[in-house]
Ligand binder design. Structure first.
Ligand SMILES: [Fe+2]
Ligand SMILES: [Fe+2]
Length: 235
């Protein structure tokens, strides 16, 4: 299966034609399109509507997770309903199998990496913050546990590893993802992990368990040589 992956479209109606042209080519290049969150800028249904038009017209089966920007207006449930109604498989702590390939996805959360990961110690506010991170890891666990396929693809918005967010300002690295997600990936094993959120991170890395991780933020893909709006993976 050929999977085209991208993230962080931050769709605005001004990009309508450009995105239409880019996605038109996906149909020839891939069997499935995976969108790793931040589909909109402010999480408004008015932003999602025209984006869905473009995606539906591209006629590529699409799986997607939401990103933090898609939560900005508190309308994430409505956005997910709109996407599902348009035929997009929304992954929110859920799995999906298609042609022998399993997709597991969730938004993920922040919290930092490795020994620098924030832990639930001290103030109630810190504990709640860390709990949000644990909750997303548990959702990914549930999604991966659902899959019965040999081949597994993980779609998340936040990064599970530090190496694909490096390049961003060091001060914000803990806000770009968390190793809690990688721990889940390594427990279940994955052939491919794609994420976004770190617009200026690095294109690829690996979990400590050896699972390949790719940052498919569109700004990063477009900054590479050759420049592209999505990256194709064979699984
Ligand atoms: Fe983004
Ligand atoms: Fe983001």
């Amino acid at each position: 299966m050929r999977i085209a992956a991208t993230a962080d479209l931050h769709f605005t109606p001004a990009q309508h034609q450009a995105l239409h042209d880019q996605l038109n080519r996906v149909r020839d290049a891939a069997d499935v399109l995976a969108l790793a969150g931040d589909l909109t800028n402010y999480g408004k249904p008015e932003e999602m509507e025209p984006l869905l038009n473009v995606i539906v017209r591209s006629r590529v089966p699409t799986v997607a997770v939401l990103g933090n920007h898609d939560y900005e207006s508190g309308k994430q449930e409505e956005l997910m309903r709109m996407m599902s109604a348009a035929g997009i498989k929304v992954l929110d702590g859920t799995g999906y199998e298609r042609d022998g390939v399993g997709f597991a996805g969730t938004k993920g959360f922040v919290g930092g990496f490795g020994r620098s990961m924030l832990t639930a110690f001290g103030e109630m506010e810190i504990k709640q913050f860390v709990q949000a991170s644990i909750d997303e890891a548990v959702k990914l666990e549930r999604a991966m546990a659902q899959l019965r396929t040999k081949k597994r693809v993980v779609v998340i918005h936040y990064s599970p590893i530090a190496s694909t967010v490096e390049g961003e300002a060091v001060e914000i690295l803990p806000f770009l993802g968390t190793s809690r997600l990688a721990e889940v990936v390594d427990r279940h094993g994955a052939d491919l992990v794609v994420h976004g959120h770190a617009h200026h991170g690095r294109p690829e890395g690996k979990t400590t368990g050896g699972c390949p991780v790719y940052n498919v933020a569109i700004t990063l893909l477009q900054s590479q040589e050759p420049s592209s709006s999505y990256r194709i993976f064979d699984v």
